[in-house]
Design a protein around this ligand. Structure first.
Ligand code: PGA
Length: 248
């Protein structure tokens, strides 16, 4: 199980530090659950000092697909490594929607992450109109195929997928546990086609989209849901810890 908190563009250095400390405290010893926080890039280094000796891991919310170069304003995988990141969220729907990220770009970023020992959390998910018109599976299939093209997975621990229906992100509306399970099962089968049943069975597939303490147990209870990518609720240490507890 893996529970990752995506802080998005919230917190400044001061509030990020206090939130990280509260999370460490509230989460305690999470047992078998891997817990990760993904603060804004500007606070990564400071937070790495706080979480380094704790069970809480550190992730970035995005990165560039090149290791370095004349790309003003961008941040690369080796830079993230140098400030203590182990994870990076890639292809979040907000990146796709507002910053024009494509499956091809996500694919290049996964390669880059793997080349620098960063564990990618690859986000996929359909928009509301796509679900309403019965195209949800087709959309997710295309995103998975595009993102994973040519990506070798020797160790299933080196890839994480997050299914996040766009209509459930930040809206308070969650996929029903059945809707989540259906899509997770499809993703699992696509992974099996690519990497074989054994490896596919070990790849974490997180659900994201308005996961809260009150719905986490049921969502995490689904066979192919092995954790969550948490937005809003990750900004309150108590709620985030309750979700980690649900995963336990
Ligand atoms: P939410 O965000 O939990 O606020 O819906 C999830 C995400 O965007 O990762």
């Amino acid at each position: 199980m893996l529970v990752a908190g995506n802080w998005k563009m919230f917190t400044d250095l001061i509030t990020a530090r206090s939130l990280a400390k509260e999370v460490v405290e509230a989460v305690g010893s999470p047992g078998d659950v891997n817990v990760v926080v993904c603060p804004p890039a500007i606070s990564l280094h400071a937070i790495s000092e706080i979480v380094r000796t704790t069970p809480v891991g550190l992730g970035a919310q995005n990165m560039h697909e090149e290791a370095n170069g004349a790309f003003t304003g961008e941040i690369s995988a080796p830079m993230l490594r140098s400030v203590g990141c182990q994870y990076v969220i890639l292809g979040h729907s907000e990146r796709r929607q507002y910053f024009g990220e494509t499956d091809r770009g996500v694919n290049m970023k996964i390669l880059q992450a793997h080349g620098h020992d960063l564990l990618p959390i690859v986000c996929v998910g359909e928009a509301l109109d796509q679900r309403k018109s019965g195209r949800a599976e087709e959309v997710v299939r295309k995103q998975i195929d595009g993102a994973l093209e040519g990506i070798a997975v020797d160790d299933p621990a080196l890839l994480v997928i997050a299914y996040e229906p766009v209509w459930a992100i930040g809206t308070g509306e969650t996929a029903t546990p059945q809707q989540a399970q259906e899509m997770h099962a499809l993703i699992r089968s696509l992974l099996a086609d690519r990497y074989g049943e054994n490896k596919a069975s070990e790849i974490e597939i997180l659900y994201g989209g308005s996961v809260k303490p009150h719905n986490a147990v049921e969502l995490f209870g689904q066979r192919d849901v092995t954790g969550g990518l948490i937005g809003g609720a990750s900004l309150k240490a108590e709620d985030f810890a309750a979700i980690v507890q649900a995963a336990q």
